[in-house]
Design a protein around this ligand. Structure first.
Ligand SMILES: Nc1ncnc2c1ncn2[C@@H]1O[C@H](COP(=O)(O)OP(=O)(O)OP(=O)(O)O)[C@@H](O)[C@H]1O
Length: 311
């Protein structure tokens, strides 16, 4: 449903904002675009919305090129891009009418359905000036959902929302996918949000794609390669003993990777037999944050392969 191919963009002569970025999103998927500040996430959404012209590459939405047939391609798209702004002195309903007047689309029953979905029905005839940040975001989502897009592009949709607002927004998005099979691409800094909402993620670093695939879950990571954390007053003895046992040990992170066929308690018993003093020995569960930090701390300029979810 969304295909980005070889996107390149340079705003200034210093460095590329996007360097040969390609990825795709299947129908009905929710995909998160992750990356530090300045990684290139908003530039990608800007290119998808035809607001930023790429130096090279193309975006195809639902089979139509944004660069060649912008109007037709964007007819299938609803978006929240950067901070949504509304006419403060008008009601939410009047704002929606004004925005929909641009496309000529308005079906009362459909608007009411969307307002129910985003839980804004009871305040829609109040002035936007009286809305909270969360209500403005819900109005922005209602506007993005009119007139019934197939694709939603969301740029930091939960920015500035409180935990309850984030929770509500998340359930609305998941409901939308379930009921309407929408294809959703969202930018986010929030790993927890991506973990809870997205099927897949694309990680950008310094304008380059460094990962595209499933959002690694904590259980999968730990089960794929069990690791233990060892705290010892004698790391040199521990390292030598573990090396002889075929268990790589990193004294800086205190992590030991278990060799095949050996359990954590068995390895601990061998360390004790070898006289290694032990302060603590505990299973290490890699979180999404650990994985993300490891991934983004690899040098984007080098050609090294980033760690896979199971590393
Ligand atoms: N209009 C512009 N003019 C000049 N440079 C720009 C422009 N827009 C973006 N950039 C630069 O392009 C790079 C990517 O910016 P972009 O906004 O896409 O990153 P981002 O991942 O969305 O960051 P953030 O999470 O902070 O929003 C940055 O170095 C940024 O300074």
């Amino acid at each position: 449903m969304i295909t980005a191919t070889a996107l390149r963009k340079r705003f200034t002569s210093e460095r590329l904002a996007l360097d040969d970025v390609s990825f795709s999103v299947e129908k009905g998927q929710i995909v998160g675009l992750l990356g530090h500040n300045g990684a290139g996430k908003s530039t990608i959404v800007g290119i998808m919305l035809g607001m930023v012209r790429p130096d090279h590459g193309e975006v195809i939405l639902g089979g139509i090129s944004v660069q060649r047939h912008r109007t037709q391609a964007l007819r299938q798209v609803g978006a929240i891009f950067e901070a949504p702004s509304f006419y403060e002195y008008m009601t939410g309903w009047q704002n929606l009418r004004a925005l929909c007047a641009l496309s000529g689309w308005w079906i009362d029953a459909e608007v009411h359905r969307v307002l129910e979905l985003v839980r804004l029905s009871d305040r829609i005839h109040h002035k936007v000036a009286t809305y909270s940040h969360g209500m403005r975001q819900r109005l922005a989502l209602a506007q993005a959902l009119l007139p019934m897009p197939r694709i939603l592009l969301l740029d930091e949709p939960t920015d500035g929302l409180d935990p309850e607002g984030i929770h509500e927004f998340r359930s609305t998005i998941l409901k939308l996918r379930e009921e309407q099979n929408l294809t959703i691409l969202m930018n986010s800094h929030l790993l927890s949000e991506v973990e809870l909402m997205c099927d897949r993620c694309v990680v950008l670093h310094g304008g380059r794609k460094i990962y595209e695939g499933e959002v690694p879950s904590d259980g999968g990571l730990s089960a794929a390669q069990p690791r233990y954390q060892l705290l010892t007053p004698n790391p040199n003895l521990a390292a030598a003993t573990l090396k002889a046992l075929g268990a790589p040990y990193d004294p800086s992170s205190h992590l030991v990777s278990l060799p095949g066929g050996v359990s954590g308690p068995q390895l601990l018993a061998r360390l004790v037999q070898a006289g290694v003093p032990i302060d603590s020995w505990s299973p290490f569960r890699q979180t999404l944050e650990d994985w993300y930090l490891q991934l983004t701390h690899s040098d984007p300029a080098s050609n090294q392969q980033p760690p896979s979810p199971s590393s």
